[in-house]
Design a protein around this ligand. Structure first.
Ligand code: CP
Ligand code: NVA
Length: 305
């Protein structure tokens, strides 16, 4: 039984497949009005060291759907690791709440929370990874394109947290993941050496990446915490915009995804974004559906079997 949801790599392909299949089924049940309120009187503590729209609203709403509630803890309120030691915050929350979701800068902080918490800890984004996003992404791809195995996803942009989690998710679901970054923004050797070369590859040529891709994906060039690098990044990422021209080099029927928030006419043109908005907002909605199932499994059933 895996109690926490911190790293996708901790899970087997079968465990992730089961979670995904269940999330898709629960989405249907929810829409039909027949998903049970299985977390009555349960509380999720949400720690946000960075801003959020989707993660905050989706976890809070998911708890409401399940009959429980969520408490938002902003940095100025709890000062995790500053006002109070991480391991003490973990032990206090675990005494009062039934689960902890955290969005932090350092990945080590969420690992520490998991080490010290007797209730499930969920990674709501760190500088290193964003596993809930990646699961909502593969959920969306399966809904839009069917069978995941054998598909190719081209990630155009920064070798960042979102790219890392998506690369792992693609490998687990039998997909190919191609990352196209400017030179110097590739994923690091410590990560890539753990990836299967049959699934994972990197290039500095966006056109090469999209040729043969079923899915084009992008994210901001400047992640939260990298604001000081703005000027350099804006210049370095020139040529890595998902534009109509780049998209025309992909097979007909390729879909476009973005984890959001989007910066139009930087990582994606307004025209491409709006043409694919229906898929992108379904992807955003799927954060809610995947995470509601995850909360049910972790809090309601004690973990991922
Ligand atoms: N995609 C995502 O995690 O969005 P937020 O930063 O708004 O939570
Ligand atoms: N890479 C982005 C993702 C935002 C959801 C960031 O970390 O800011």
């Amino acid at each position: 039984m895996i109690k926490h949801f911190v790293n996708l790599a901790d899970f087997s392909a079968e465990q992730l497949r089961n979670l995904l299949t269940r999330a898709l089924a629960d989405k249907e049940l929810f829409r039909a009005g027949s998903l049970p309120a299985s977390l009555k009187r349960k509380t999720l503590a949400m720690i946000f060291d960075k801003p959020s729209l989707r993660t905050r609203v989706s976890f809070d709403t998911a708890m409401t759907h399940l009959g429980g509630r969520a408490i938002n803890l902003a940095p100025q309120e709890i000062g995790i690791g500053k006002r109070e030691a991480v391991r003490d915050v973990a032990r206090v929350l675990a005494r009062m709440c039934d689960g902890i979701m955290a969005r932090t800068f350092s990945h080590d902080l969420i690992e520490q929370l998991a080490r010290w918490s007797s209730v499930p800890v969920i990674n709501g984004l760190t500088d290193y990874s964003h596993p809930c996003q990646a699961m909502a992404d593969v959920m969306t791809i399966e809904e839009k394109l069917g069978e995941l195995a054998g598909r190719t996803l081209a990630f155009i942009g920064d070798g960042n947290n979102v790219a890392r989690s998506l690369a792992v998710a693609c490998e687990k679901f039998g997909m190919k993941f191609i990352l196209a970054t400017p030179s110097g923004y590739e994923l690091e050797d410590d990560f890539t050496s753990q990836m299967d070369p049959a699934s994972f590859s990197q290039t500095n040529d966006p056109a090469e990446a999209v040729h043969g891709a079923d899915v084009l994906y992008t994210d901001t060039w400047i992640s939260m915490g990298q604001e000081d690098e703005r000027k350099k990044r804006m210049s370095d990422f020139s040529g890595f915009t998902i534009s109509g021209e780049l998209l025309s080099g992909a097979p007909a029927g390729a879909i476009v995804l973005h984890c959001l928030p989007a910066y139009r006419d930087y990582e994606i043109t307004d025209e491409v974004f709006e043409a694919h908005a229906e898929t992108i907002f379904e992807q955003a909605e799927n954060r809610l559906h995947f995470q509601r199932t995850l909360l049910n499994v972790l809090i309601g059933e004690g973990g991922v079997a």
